[in-house]
Write a protein that binds this ligand. Structure first.
Ligand code: SAH
Length: 460
């Protein structure tokens, strides 16, 4: 768990906050500017500060009313597995309430704080109260292989069912689980691959510090298009792997951490390197622009994982975090050209032969898809776009709208609409995504000069 932030609104809370801080190594005191003096971090906007801490996965101890924390975080609450502990503490130290993060250690943290303040924590999670554990959230050193079954399993136990334990783990023997040797509900601790079920929870011991590999997409460029999940991962990673240009886009997050930059062409080597770092216990983030699963690093990582399947890679916790792809940013900027059926085609013939690309363009044109062209051109590849245009013109009208969107979300952002027969390779570069309209795609010319492009939802 990251060191918590203890957030206070006035100087009257400092004594309680400092008492809590004294038992939580690394915890920092956050205070409202002008209202607090004895703090390490001054903030001027409570809501923004708390939401930023939450998004970054930092445990939050608010010495304030529970309601303030609830209202502040309400817009962000969706994934209970991803949330950090959030705890409300009464200003006079008389109550400690774990509000969120029951699966990420909130109950344990509340117990520690309550112990310091010499009170009982206001624990409300039923499983925790009855059994002294949360089955969904085993302690460090164990991983639940079928978390999807933990909730109903716990409900059954709360409703009176018993459980049989196979294998041994101290946290289970120290619990108050209703153990019965003949029960049909089973909790098993094993290092062998075992398939769990609704009546069979399987925990695997994991080497402590075994690593993590997150493959993330930053969006096309602008920070406002980067998801809160991606920001939180970037904040907690120890090692950053990626093409230099993409690492530069997230340079603020990398300061003081390990940077492993590489050439854009050696994707599989980069993926292997990331897996090796994670297997060595590092928390690795592989950075792609746009979406990591669209012409980017996520496939490269899975390709290496699949082909080389090294045993030491088994325990790596792999996670893909999506991003806004270039075609989505381009479509939004110009209206709704992807509003009906569409496809994406990369014009790069480095990883696939041009014949395949040419066939695919012809098929997509015949099928009347809107087409997003990625990698339209580069310094070495200059003829593919003109060739693609020739193929398209066999199936599409010369006046078909074409959107050229360059450097979306970056300072030199430029977007223009031309007709298919006017398209020329000089209008595109390697930071341009091109959207080719279908036979239904239309242009709206507004009085103020603005042009919108859209593809209608309905064909009637
Ligand atoms: N994973 C990325 C695509 C990487 S392939 C995504 O989902 O967007 C690289 C190609 O993406 C570029 O050649 C260009 O066609 C497109 N691209 C990437 N960033 C872009 C941007 N900011 N503006 C326009 N096109 C972009």
């Amino acid at each position: 768990m990251k060191p918590p932030a203890i957030v206070i609104l006035g100087e009257a809370s400092v004594a309680v906050a400092q008492q809590i801080q004294s038992v939580l190594p690394g915890a920092k005191l956050y205070g409202l500017v002008g209202r607090t003096q004895t703090v390490e971090v001054s903030y001027d906007n409570f809501g923004e500060t708390v939401r930023e801490l939450y998004t970054a996965g930092t445990p939050i101890i608010g010495v304030c009313a529970a309601g303030i924390l609830i209202r502040t975080l309400a817009p962000l609450l969706s994934d209970k597995r991803a949330e950090p502990p959030v705890i409300a503490v009464a200003e006079n130290g008389s109550a400690v309430v774990p509000l969120l993060g029951g699966l990420t250690g909130a109950n344990e943290l509340a117990k520690t704080i309550a112990h310091t303040l010499n009170i009982k924590p206001a624990l409300t999670a039923t499983g925790q109260l009855r059994f002294n554990l949360v089955l969904e959230s085993p302690p460090a050193g164990y991983r639940l292989s079928n978390p999807e079954h933990a909730k109903s399993f716990t409900s059954d136990l709360l409703a009176g069912a018993t459980v049989r334990i196979i294998g041994h783990a101290p946290w289970l023997s120290q619990s108050n689980l209703p153990v019965a040797a003949d029960s049909t509900n089973v909790i098993e601790i094993t290092d062998r691959p075992t398939i769990g079920s609704a009546t069979h929870l399987v925990y695997h011991p994991v080497a402590l510090g075994s690593g993590k590999l997150s493959i993330i997409g930053t969006g096309p460029g602008a920070a406002r298009w980067m998801s809160p999940e991606v920001k939180a991962i970037l904040q907690t990673a120890t090692d950053f792997v990626g093409y230099k240009t993409y690492l530069d886009l997230v340079a603020d997050f990398i300061q003081g951490k390990q940077r492993h930059e590489s050439d854009n062409r050696v994707e599989l080597d980069r993926a292997r390197h990331a897996l090796e770092l994670a297997a060595a216990g590092r928390s690795v983030v592989v950075v792609s622009s746009g979406d990591p699963g669209i012409y980017a690093m996520a496939s490269a990582v899975f390709e290496v994982l699949d082909r080389e399947a090294k045993p030491e890679w088994q325990a790596i916790d792999i996670h893909v975090a999506p991003g806004i792809s270039a075609m989505q940013a381009a479509a939004a900027a110009i209206g709704a050209p992807l509003g009906h059926d569409f496809c994406a085609i990369s014009l790069s013939d480095i990883l696939k032969p041009w014949e395949t690309i040419a066939q695919r363009i012809a098929a997509a044109a015949q099928a009347d898809f809107v087409i997003a062209f990625y990698n339209p051109i580069s310094t070495q590849r200059t003829w593919q776009l003109t060739e693609a245009q020739t193929i398209l013109l066999q199936w599409r009208l010369p006046e078909t709208p074409v959107v050229l969107a360059r450097n979306m979300g970056r300072s030199a952002e430029h977007i223009e609409v031309v007709s298919l027969n006017q398209l020329s390779q000089s209008q595109a570069d390697m930071r341009t995504v091109i959207l080719i309209g279908s036979s239904k795609t239309r242009i709206i010319q507004r009085d103020n000069g603005k042009v919108w492009v859209y593809t209608p939802r309905s064909y009637v």
